[in-house]
Design a protein around this ligand. Structure first.
Ligand SMILES: Cc1ncc(COP(=O)(O)O)c(C=O)c1O
Length: 434
């Protein structure tokens, strides 16, 4: 006799293939109501699930697990020092912790206005005017998001039509690939030169009448490049000539070395109306887990970003938005000390990597060193796995930052305590690389 669970699964599988929309809504209920019987085979459940999965969107088919997070997993498995994922292993400023506790105690625990708490938007408008030299109306031109990750996704969904081309300098922060895929953009990757400066001819030939946007990240992850005013002016001219929107990821804007200055592309003549400037509290204030970022753009674009943002996330965590106001009130010295601290860390890791035999250059900004491993005779993935197992130091294979290539590179972060970095350098020193 047919068993009840066989019947259920048969129905599920059958309906899945003939009525995908309906079963998408009802199948979970069927599974919840009829849990698997202990000791029974799950093969027919799998069969039914296969039917269910075959009706799912193909949008995520080409996504792989984020290599950076995979390296974090391996790092935990081998009890390694995680120089893969760019988050600090030290505390955020005490002022921020106190402000977050106060915000919870003061009952900022319900939804904030979907595009961000008014006080935070006003504080951001003041900060951006002073630091980035741009003027935005907090009521109509600023959207607070769940980190810059959401700001980038919401911005791309707001301005890109499926099939539009988006110019992305390569190597690039790994999220931009999936962002392009989700928004339907066709990425046009433009390689940076060996010293990570821009190749003007390559940029010129990347722009076509299908180009809708560019994504520019400066200071740059993974290269540490800080784009110069001359390079930004060249990019701005191309954007104007081809009527293209610039989406800039400026998350490392305060982490700069050797007198380098951060210039927002949107602050250049004629660029503010065609630029979406993205920022975040994650790196500047060592609060990557808080998920507070923002997108700045003129009112018509902001209106679209806000609609997408509303349906993606409703809003960024309300008490932490309030705590971020305290972050924006920190004195100028905070930013100087931040840059000095990271300069010290950059030098510790750079020295350790060079002594261990890595080829690398000092970054100009952000908190990564992008090494060249071509002499070691291993691909980036093999080398990263070898490194985490053999020395207990996790790094990211370079190919995560290329659509095709990067096998000769490995990225290390130095967003860690000095003692963590020193211990990592000591471990790397035992490698005896050629
Ligand atoms: C260039 C860049 N953009 C965005 C992010 C993610 O930022 P958020 O925490 O604000 O989402 C990172 C994190 O490493 C990054 O390196």
């Amino acid at each position: 006799m047919e068993k009840w669970w066989e019947k259920t699964e048969f129905i599920s599988a059958k309906v899945v293939t003939s009525q995908p929309l309906i079963i998408f809504l009802f199948t979970p209920t069927i599974y919840l109501m009829k849990p698997a019987k202990p000791g029974t085979s799950t093969s027919s459940v799998t069969h039914a699930r296969k039917g269910l999965f075959s009706t799912h969107s193909s949008r995520a088919d080409h996504f792989t697990e984020s290599t950076i997070r995979e390296m974090t997993r391996l790092s935990l498995m081998y009890d390694a020092i995680n120089l893969a994922q760019g988050f600090p292993d030290f505390s955020c400023p005490v002022e921020l912790k106190a402000a977050a506790c106060n915000a919870v105690n003061d009952d900022f625990n319900q939804y904030a206005i979907t595009w961000g708490a008014q006080d935070l938007r006003e504080a951001l408008a003041r900060k951006v005017k002073k630091y980035n030299k741009m003027t935005f109306n907090p009521d109509t031109e600023i959207t607070v998001t769940c980190g810059s990750t959401e700001a980038m996704m919401a911005s791309m969904l707001a301005v890109i039509q499926p099939g539009d081309e988006v110019v992305v300098p390569e190597p690039f922060y790994e999220n931009y690939g999936p962002d392009a895929q989700i928004s339907g953009a066709v990425p046009r990757f433009v390689p940076l030169l060996d010293d990570f400066s821009i190749d003007e001819e390559a940029w010129k030939s990347a722009f076509t009448n299908k180009t809708r946007a560019i994504i520019l990240n400066s200071p740059n992850n993974p290269t540490g490049k800080v784009f110069s005013k001359k390079e930004l002016m060249f990019i701005a001219e191309l954007c104007s000539d081809y009527n293209v929107i610039a989406i800039t990821d400026e998350i490392y804007e305060h982490i700069l070395y050797d007198g380098k200055k951060h210039i927002s592309l949107g602050s250049l003549d004629g660029m503010q109306d065609r630029t979406i400037t993205i920022g975040s509290f994650s790196k500047t204030y060592s609060v990557t887990g808080w998920r507070v970022g923002y997108a700045l753009s003129d009112a018509p674009i902001t209106e679209r970003i806000r609609k997408i943002h509303d349906f993606l996330t409703v809003g960024s965590p309300a008490p932490l938005q309030h705590a971020c106001i305290a972050a924006l009130m920190l004195p100028e010295t905070y930013y100087q000390e931040l840059a000095t601290m990271y300069d010290r860390k950059r030098k510790i890791l750079f020295k350790g990597l060079r002594q261990a035999g890595f080829s690398c250059q000092l970054p100009e900004g952000a908190y990564y060193i992008f090494t060249d491993i071509s002499e070691f005779g291993m691909t980036d993935s093999d080398f990263a796995r070898f490194l985490v197992k053999k020395t207990g130091v996790a790094a990211v294979p370079g190919s995560s930052f290329y659509h095709n290539g990067g096998q000769t590179r490995i990225r290390f972060t130095f967003s860690k305590k000095d003692e963590t970095l020193m211990e990592a350098c000591q471990r790397l020193g035992h490698l005896n690389l050629p």
